[in-house]
Design a protein around this ligand. Structure first.
Ligand SMILES: [Zn+2]
Length: 275
């Protein structure tokens, strides 16, 4: 009799803990919705009563990076009335599907809220979609800086040094942007941000990861709810050529479908403002 009572009590306790955890996630989500504009102003170094005129550039390596890794950010920036641009440094031609992948990228961007006029896809023989290719820092950084200056970009978002999936092309973009930060080739009021790569466990626990992202320090955190998730999923579905079985698992379980966190890449002098 005592054993049965203990078992029932334990079951209640587990249910209570699960409900409390889900409630905590909901609370964090609503807190985030309320504070996200101020967070954006803070990272842009704009006073809380100032106008937010964000002209953001997301720099990716391949068609599908934008929705696999950056969807929460793009969706939240578009919702905040930021002008969002995408610079994709290759056509994703590893399996000779470049033309199709170009079309898929434009459809995906349209779903996420980036019009085709703000999407640039580079097709350069020295920037191949190839994990074994070493992209030149000077070529990659010059493509980024050219876009930044011609479109008066004031926020650049890209991969961090681990590139989320570790792909060499992702890492090369990070190196190029870090190079720009150290040489001062981008305007000082342009904020450079790198997408935080998380470990395997955190990566595949979907929205349940939110409390960890919330608690750990980052300079920008972008979270989407069920509506945003549906849009991110629709964008993923535009990449028909990439929809292998494991992509469906990724859509179901990846935390990057719900949450993005970023760290600042400090510019030489600018870093003094933040630290
Ligand atoms: Zn990629």
């Amino acid at each position: 009799m005592v054993t049965v009572t203990v078992k029932i009590m334990s079951l209640y306790l587990v249910i209570l803990l699960v409900l409390a955890y889900v409630a905590w996630i909901k609370w964090i989500y609503y807190q985030h919705r309320r504070s996200s504009v101020n967070l954006l102003k803070h990272v842009m170094n704009i006073s809380s009563d100032g106008e937010t005129d964000v002209r953001a550039l997301v720099v990716t390596a391949h068609p599908d990076d934008e929705c696999m890794f950056f969807a929460p950010t793009i969706i939240r920036l578009v919702e905040s009335n930021a002008t969002v641009h995408l610079l994709c440094l290759s056509e994703g031609n590893y399996y000779n599907q470049g033309a199709q992948r170009r079309r898929e990228l434009l459809s995906s961007c349209a779903v996420l809220g980036i019009p085709a006029s703000r999407v640039t896809i580079i097709n350069h023989r020295n920037l191949p979609d190839d994990p074994s290719a070493e992209w030149s820092v000077s070529l990659t950084s010059s493509a980024v800086v050219k876009y930044v200056s011609s479109h008066s970009i004031n926020m650049v978002l890209t991969f961090d040094g681990r590139g989320v999936s570790g792909h060499a092309n992702h890492v090369a973009i990070h190196k190029a942007v870090r190079h720009l930060a150290s040489t001062g080739e981008v305007p000082k009021d342009c904020v450079l941000l790198s997408l935080v790569t998380v470990g395997l466990f955190r990566k595949y626990i979907s929205f349940l990861e939110l409390p960890l992202s919330w608690l750990l320090p980052s300079h920008l955190c972008c979270v989407i709810g069920t509506q945003g998730y549906k849009r991110a999923k629709d964008a993923m579905m535009c990449h028909r050529s990439q929809l292998l079985w494991f992509r469906y698992l990724y859509i179901a379980f990846s935390r990057y479908m719900f949450i993005n966190t970023f760290q600042l890449i400090p510019q030489e002098l600018k870093s003094l403002k933040f630290y």
